[in-house]
Design a protein around this ligand. Structure first.
Ligand code: ADP
Ligand code: MG
Length: 244
């Protein structure tokens, strides 16, 4: 589904991604984890060219998206993205926030978009807020709307950047389950950024551990835990004393 070859990204003189290779199978749930500033968000944003890589190749479902001839907007129609700081349009109702993109992009008609949006709101327990405005919702509710908005387009791939970071512990657990259910149901591919070890261990089929723009190890939670490649991975993925 996604292949990344020797990806480099610099901002000015600072090299943030230092040659990343990775491959995601269709239907996999990949978690990217690492300390703050390790390049997780930059890596995710490169995957739909919100950031232009300095060097390297990115392939999406057989298309080389780093090729300038590729129409990235067409490719993005198959990607749902939820940012770290989700942005809802404050002057639009919740339902309009969700239906705006699919109708604008002419992916579906107005009625179909509305039906889908209502079904999604029901699933994340927010149907009664359909006609409310973002300012009338709590942070957690807004975050669920942002997830719903990404889901309505039925994307082949979800790119999620710390989508649960603003939620309290209880809601985070609920939403984690909701995301896992969504994944089972739709068999879509997830790339999920977090700095939370529990979230990574419970949600990832495979986990990318990053440090300073370099992938330290990319494997299943079990392998990372049992046979970490280095002390950084050992310390980051387990209780340090035990893993060391
Ligand atoms: P993470 O998501 O792991 O916390 P980021 O990918 O956001 O890390 O950032 C990695 C590094 O790149 C940081 O040092 C950050 O300051 C820098 N960086 C990110 N975006 C930009 C930008 N647009 N311009 C300059 N530096 C940036
Ligand atoms: Mg980040």
């Amino acid at each position: 589904m996604i292949t990344v070859k020797n990806l480099h990204k610099s901002f000015g003189k600072i090299e943030v991604l230092k040659g990343i290779d990775y491959h995601v199978e269709k239907g996999e749930k990949i978690v990217i984890i690492g300390p703050s500033g390790s390049g997780k968000s930059t890596f995710l944003r490169c995957m739909n060219l919100l950031e232009q890589p300095t060097d390297g190749e990115i392939w999406f479902d057989g298309k080389k998206i780093t090729d300038p001839k590729t129409n990235i907007n067409k490719v993005r129609e198959h990607m749902g993205m939820v940012f770290q700081n989700f942005n809802l349009f404050n002057n639009l109702t919740i339902i309009d926030n969700i239906t705006l993109a699919p109708t604008k992009l002419k992916l579906m008609g107005r009625d179909e978009a509305r039906q889908k949006a209502e079904a999604l709101l029901k699933r994340v327990n927010l149907l009664e807020k359909a006609e409310a405005f973002p300012s009338q919702l709590s942070g957690g509710q807004r975050q669920r709307v942002a997830l719903g908005r990404a889901m309505v387009r039925n994307p082949a791939v979800f790119l999620l950047d710390e989508p649960l970071s603003n939620l309290d512990a209880k809601l985070r657990a609920t939403m984690r389950t909701e995301i896992a259910k969504l994944h089972q149901r739709l068999d879509i591919t997830f790339v999920y950024v977090t700095h939370d070890q529990t979230e990574a261990m419970t949600m990832g089929d495979r986990i990318v551990v990053m440090k300073e723009g370099v992938v330290q190890q990319f494997d299943t939670p079990q392998v990372l835990y049992d046979t970490p490649d280095n002390l950084f991975v050992a310390g980051f993925m387990g209780s340090p004393q035990m893993n060391f």
